[in-house]
Design a protein around this ligand. Structure first.
Ligand SMILES: [Ca+2]
Length: 298
């Protein structure tokens, strides 16, 4: 079912594609299982069919140049170095509760989205053109932008759509990257170069399989800015999913997921690094955007 909702702002339309949820999904699992048995498929094929069905989720796009946003459910998860082999900054492991559903970018923010922001006078406008390193723009993730500039995109997008866009908190990032898994990567404990970009440069977003929440490139391609200030470990970190900005001079912010320029161990779900200062910009760093689902209080 496709719902088209028009807001009171000119030229801004939200298209919400509603996919099966809850009881409907449970019935779909049973139906898929039955059909797969009748078709003589093996257990692996049956599980794959169910997994594919569960990847179909609600997707929101607030305007033609706006990012596709996937609605993720609330939940509790254990955050940090669950599988071992991580670094000291990934500990101690703690339980975190994400109390409300929210929307998260299906992909890393692309050059196409960034350049639309610039064309509309945001993101530094015509006077600030982040380099694509000669690799191409369009569906490649935007790079060579700072944390401050990533924040400016969220400000512009919020103003353009009337919705509340922001960076993810670090806890939200790991929650959506894991998508219910406790392994080092969403597919298991071993890095697989066929499932994430840890190559020689960025690749267009969506080139690899998505995780169970339907999100692409959470591991690799570009490392992703989050809202949190850098802390050396998780001692004293909040457990409510909020960004951790207290107790730090905030000279650095956290980036997650690792990049095309790093070895697999730096692409793990719990791996962390800093952005080397909020004014720094690098060809390995980009970001993903989040959106509140509740109407803004005016
Ligand atoms: Ca990424």
């Amino acid at each position: 079912m496709i719902l088209t909702i028009s807001f009171d702002r000119p030229n801004v339309t939200c298209t919400e594609v509603q996919e099966p949820q809850g009881e409907v999904m449970a019935r779909m699992r049973m139906l898929l299982f039955s059909l797969a048995v009748l078709a003589g498929l093996g257990v692996v094929s049956i599980l794959a069919a169910i997994a594919n069905a569960e990847q179909r989720q609600r997707v929101i796009q607030d305007c033609a140049v706006c990012p596709e946003m996937v609605v993720v459910p609330p939940g509790r998860f254990r955050m940090g170095d669950l599988a071992g082999g991580g670094f000291s900054d990934e500990r101690p492991v703690r339980e975190v509760e994400i109390s409300q559903e929210f929307a998260v970018g299906r992909y890393e923010v692309t050059f196409a989205a960034w350049d639309a922001c610039r064309a509309a006078g945001g993101c530094g406008g015509a006077g600030r053109v982040p380099s694509d390193m000669g690799w191409g723009r369009d569906r490649r993730p935007v790079i060579n932008i700072s944390w401050d500039e990533a924040k400016s995109y969220a400000v512009w997008l919020s103003k353009h759509t009337g919705q509340d866009y922001r960076l993810l908190s670090e806890a939200e990032w790991e929650y959506v990257a894991r998508a219910g898994t406790t392994t080092r990567f969403w597919w298991g404990d071993e890095f697989d170069a066929g499932k994430a970009n840890a190559g020689q440069q960025t690749v267009p977003v969506g080139a690899y399989q998505p995780n169970a929440f339907g999100l692409y490139d959470v591991h690799g391609n570009v490392a992703e800015f989050v809202e949190d200030c850098w802390h050396d470990d998780f001692r004293g970190a909040p457990s409510d999913g909020s960004a951790w900005t207290a107790g730090s001079d905030c000279e650095e912010h956290v980036v997650r997921g690792g990049s095309w320029g790093e070895e697999g161990k730096y692409l793990r779900s719990s791996a962390r690094s800093g952005d080397d200062g909020q004014h720094g910009s690098y060809p390995t760093q980009g970001f993903r955007i989040a959106r509140l689902l509740q109407p803004r209080v005016k």
